[in-house]
Design a protein around this ligand. Structure first.
Ligand SMILES: [Zn+2]
Length: 121
């Protein structure tokens, strides 16, 4: 193999490694931007929250940085999100609180029967 050939081969290797490094760096940048939210069990992007956007991302799609960044779809009203791919629901305490209020209301009846109502027993 001539010196020129060898030189070309080395240059190719360097550009391959550079590309690989850039991709890893990009992934690391995104990973550093992700924050796990216990309440709901999903990820958000710190940079998006900083500008007032609250987009939950599927932790099963994200795979700790090896997967894809898939936003969860809001369903069933406020605070409940679902991954279109995994069909796994993520409920936040906000959603549970709203459900509790509805159930509580159904059990104790309306204002007439409440502690403060005119029919209080
Ligand atoms: Zn998913």
């Amino acid at each position: 193999m001539s010196i020129l050939d060898e030189n070309r081969k080395l240059k190719d290797q360097v550009s391959d490694l550079t590309r690989e490094r850039d991709e890893l760096k990009k992934l690391a940048d995104v990973s550093a931007d992700m924050e796990y939210v216990e309440d709901g069990g999903f990820y958000i992007r710190i940079s998006e929250r900083a500008v007032g956007k609250n987009i939950p991302y599927c932790p099963n799609c994200w795979k700790g940085g090896k997967g894809a960044l898939n936003p969860l779809n809001p369903t069933h009203g406020e605070g409940y999100y679902e991954c279109a791919e995994h069909k796994i629901g993520h409920q936040t305490s906000r959603y549970r609180q709203a459900m509790e209020n509805i159930n509580h209301g159904a059990l104790t009846g309306d204002d007439d029967f409440g502690g403060e109502g005119w029919m209080a027993r």
